[in-house]
Design a protein around this ligand. Sequence first.
Ligand code: ATP
Ligand code: MG
Length: 334
Amino acid sequence: SEPLLEIDGLDIRYETKDGEIHAVTDASFAIDTNEFFGLVGESGSGKSTIAKSIIGGLDDNGSVTAGEIRFRGEPIHSMTERELSERIRWKEIAYIPQASMNSLDPIMRLDKQAVELAKVHTDWSKQRAIDRLTELFEVVGLPGERIYEYPHQFSGGMQQRAIIAFSLFLEPSLLIADEPTTALDVIMQDQILTHLKSIQEEEDVSIVMITHDISVIFENCDSMAVLHGGQVSELGDVTRMFDSPSHPYSYLLQQAFPDIRHPKRDLSVIEGQPPQLQDEVDYCTFANRCPWSTDECVESRPPLQAVGDDNQYTSCIRYDEIEELGHRSPENTR
Ligand code: ATP
Ligand code: MG
């Protein structure tokens, strides 16, 4: 069947006073109906840029310069602001921005905010709006009667849950959550992830979970895309990538994945700086840090290609050597 969302050959650039930033280059991936999809990558890899482009919410100096974004087969990157806000945003695709802690109106009771939202976007009665919010509060693990409170009466973790509840209010088919747990403590993180998982099941919604923490993806998602320097380096089933990564970047991430005896570590384990993205990105953006890169890796941009006939794709030209290379000591042959 047709994917819910398809990102196809996406390029995104930002204009700055020092020139262009090529934030995303030729990114492709697809999300199926009722899927829990992870988008992972280090800081600056382009995660939020891609997420914002999906709902037409790029910063003013950013634009999609190539490729397509299709929702149920329909191109949405070329929709007008009006079409997007009337048909897509919140009703079909809900986006919880990074650091969204203050996105609720602090001086309006939550039940009133729900009634307002329903008035603008639906023909629901007041009671239906209240029932819907109450039901969603329970899905995210908040007592239903707390909808009659103000956001400032909630702790950080409870506010984040309330934001998730509101994002689902208009019954979207896709929820994009940009680092929803990063600001929270570990216990709260786990609780929110558990709730997101049950939301995906109960609300019949696909979820794109954006994170820099590979363990969050390995533990929760069905499929994933790994980003570095605005390129998709690996894409496919989470279990397959966990068992046999096909890109040096995901190989190194997988190696850093802790066993239960060790504390969680994140992408900072990979040393070195990602490249500046000021010029045309016609090289592998991991090559300068890759232990196994060759001249060929910087002579042209490696395309995303299928690994065998399973659901796994890589942009590494040496993908069939990864396992063997991993067992040897690092050698940079450039
Ligand atoms: P983080 O994990 O820190 O949130 P990210 O993966 O979400 O990072 P983005 O915010 O998408 O990364 O940024 C991708 C690249 O685009 C980075 O090089 C960033 O500096 C640049 N960038 C983002 N927004 C703008 C902007 N408005 N103007 C210029 N450059 C920008
Ligand atoms: Mg971000």
